[in-house]
Design a protein around this ligand. Structure first.
Ligand code: HEC
Ligand code: HEC
Length: 263
């Protein structure tokens, strides 16, 4: 009981850490001063300092004289989670977007355009700020375990190739499902999910071998992979937005072809 709670908490922290937005990857790739390739995660403690020194509280905490309401919304996790869901994003990427591109989503009841963009901050400062606001380490850069070209990454690994060859045989996968199978095997899906006997023995994540039975559409699956929390609050599954739409569709096609181990 206690250990499963701890595991869940860890996986939630990881989910936040793995979140990423395509738009922001672009901004951060060109902008940030902390542009090392090693995956990093922000620190809530450092983020508090950035929040204070950049004057965020001037709008988000203080009331201007003569007005009882601050210019910006109170930055509470509950309200931000609600707004993130309305914007179709996971919490971390949503908060990051709110800071670098505030006009992308108008918080109900507030004037859109009233907040300046902070896209000039370094990657490190942005990750720290988001970590502070969501209360968990957040990494804007995609984690190393989500390869940039996942199909090629699988082709380059003998182990990944043999896993997919086995899946293809035992689950009678059509050729159209193979690219998505490679992506699933090359990304970190199998750290939580099982597929045709691959993956962890004990897991709370559903076995994906017979995912076809759930009759999810490609669009549903792509949206789920992009923002797991939008479908299931505090899902425990990270966002795979970093894979890009074409790859997410390949994974969806693979999952829709997964009818279980055929005997
Ligand atoms: C000039 C006032 C102002 C300053 C300074 C400001 N903000 Fe904002 N902020 C706003 C307003 C107004 C909104 C809501 C309107 C919108 O979404 O554009 C907002 C929205 C947000 C949101 C989305 C909140 C939600 O509930 O969904 C986040 C996150 C945020 N700001 C973070 C920051 C951070 C971090 C800083 C400092 C780096 C900052 N803001 C500085 C005015 C400001
Ligand atoms: C950190 C653990 C974790 C990782 C990594 C992970 N998932 Fe999940 N996934 C979950 C959990 C927990 C659920 C059940 C809760 C939910 O629906 O969000 C889930 C749900 C799903 C579902 C929804 C099933 C349904 O029909 O309701 C699909 C599909 C899925 N995962 C696919 C994937 C794929 C593909 C990957 C890799 C690209 C992946 N997951 C990576 C934990 C994970």
């Amino acid at each position: 009981m206690g250990s499963s709670t701890a595991r869940r908490r860890r996986s939630l922290a990881r989910a936040a850490a793995l979140g990423c937005g395509a738009l922001l990857t672009g901004i951060l790739a060109t902008g940030g001063a902390g542009g090392t390739s090693a995956p990093s995660a922000g620190s809530p403690d450092r983020g508090r300092t950035v929040y204070l020194t950049r004057g965020c509280g001037g709008c988000h905490d203080a009331s201007p004289v003569g007005d009882e309401r601050p210019a910006g919304p109170k930055l509470e996790v509950k309200a931000m989670t609600r707004n993130a869901r309305a914007a179709g994003r996971a919490l971390g990427p949503y908060v990051l977007e709110s800071i670098v591109a505030p006009r992308a989503f108008a918080v109900p009841g507030y004037v859109s355009g009233a907040m300046p963009s902070y896209a000039q901050l370094s990657t490190r400062e942005l990750e720290d700020l988001v970590s502070y606001l969501i209360g968990a380490p957040f990494a804007a850069t995609p984690a190393a375990r989500i390869p940039k070209r996942p199909v090629a990454a699988c082709d380059a690994s003998a182990r990944c190739r043999s896993t997919v060859a086995r899946w293809r045989r035992v689950a009678s996968l059509p050729a159209s499902a193979v690219p998505g199978a490679k992506i699933t095997a090359a990304a970190d899906c199998l750290t939580c999910h099982r597929y045709a006997g691959s993956g962890p023995k004990a897991t709370t994540a559903p076995d994906l071998t017979r995912q076809a039975r759930r009759k999810r559409t490609v669009a549903w699956l792509v949206a789920k992979l992009r923002c797991p929390d939008c479908r299931t609050p505090a899902s425990g599954m990270p966002s795979y937005e970093a894979l890009g739409t074409a790859n997410l569709r390949r994974v969806a096609i693979f999952l829709r072809a997964s009818r279980g181990v055929q005997r």
